[in-house]
Design a protein around this ligand. Structure first.
Ligand SMILES: Cc1cc2nc3c(=O)[nH]c(=O)nc-3n(C[C@H](O)[C@H](O)[C@H](O)COP(=O)(O)O)c2cc1C
Length: 208
C-alpha cells in the first residue's frame, strides 16, 4: 500500500493547518493511500549546526524527532509539509526540523511526490509556499500541484472550514498527488528511475 507522510509544522493539533491537511487525508483514504501525520510545531527542535557528522553516520547527531521521522520518510511514497505562516515565512520550528531532515538523510528521495500546504490569517502564504517547495526541488522530488497555490486562510480551524476554495484546493491537490504516486509506481516498474549525476560540487570558472 502506498503511503503519504504528512508533517504539520503547527503547534496547534486542531488548528488551521490541520484543517487543510485533514481535507487531504479524506481524499487519500478514498484513494487507498495510507497516511501518517507528524506534529512538529509543539516539539523542541534545534537547528542544524553544520557539523557534517551526518555524512559519516547517515543520521543527525541530535537524536530526536528528526531521526524518527527520517525512517518514516524513507518508506513513504509522498511527503506533505504543512505550515502556518509566521511573519511571512513558514514556522521556525518546522524550518529547523526540515533543514536537519533533508540534510542528514542519505537515502534517495527521487520521485517521492512532494506537496507544500500553507495557512495564514491574511498574508505571507505564497512566500512561505515557495520556501517549502525548495526542499522538494533540490531533492529530485516532483511537486504535485492543484487548482490554486496550496493555501488556506484563517485564524482558527472554524475559519478554514469557511474557506471553500482553500479546501477545494486541498482536495484537488490530494487527487493529483494520489495519481502521481500511482503513475510513478507503474513507471518505475516499466522504465526504472532516471539517472542522477553527482560528480560536480561547487564548480568554479577555472574548472578546478
Ligand atoms: C508568531 C505568529 C506569526 C504570525 N504571522 C502571520 C503572518 O505573517 N501573516 C498572517 O497572515 N498570519 C500570521 N499569523 C497567523 C497564523 O499564520 C494563522 O492564524 C495560521 O492560519 C495558523 O495556523 P495553525 O492554526 O495551524 O497554527 C501568525 C501567527 C503567529 C503565532
Amino acid at each position: 500500500m502506498s503511503k503519504v507522510l504528512i508533517i504539520n509544522g503547527s503547534a496547534r493539533k486542531d488548528g488551521c493547518t490541520a484543517a487543510a491537511l485533514n481535507e487531504m487525508v479524506k481524499v487519500f483514504e478514498s484513494e487507498g493511500i495510507e497516511t501518517e501525520i507528524i506534529q512538529i510545531g509543539n516539539k523542541t527542535v534545534r537547528g542544524c549546526i553544520s557539523c557534517q557528522s551526518c555524512s559519516q553516520k547517515g543520521r543527525c547527531v541530535f537524536d530526536d524527532i528528526v531521526n524518527e521521522t527520517a525512517a518514516k520518510f524513507e518508506q513513504a511514497d509522498g511527503l506533505v509539509i504543512g505550515s502556518p505562516v509566521y511573519y511571512g515565512s513558514p514556522n521556525g520550528t518546522l524550518l529547523a526540523f526540515l533543514d536537519r531532515l533533508f540534510y542528514s538523510t542519505p537515502f534517495s528521495k527521487q520521485m517521492k511526490v512532494g506537496a507544500a500546504v500553507v495557512s495564514c490569517r491574511r498574508g505571507g502564504n505564497t512566500a512561505s509556499f515557495d520556501v517549502l517547495n525548495k526542499y522538494f526541488t533540490i531533492s529530485s522530488m516532483p511537486v504535485a500541484s492543484s487548482t490554486y497555490w496550496n493555501q488556506v486562510h484563517g485564524f482558527t480551524a472554524e475559519d478554514v472550514a469557511k474557506d471553500k476554495e482553500g479546501l477545494q484546493t486541498m482536495r484537488n491537490l490530494a487527487r493529483s498527488m494520489a495519481f502521481m504516486i500511482k503513475a510513478f509506481a507503474d513507471a518505475k516498474a516499466k522504465y526504472g528511475l532516471p539517472e542522477i549525476e553527482r560528480g560536480s560540487f561547487t564548480s568554479f570558472p577555472d574548472g578546478k
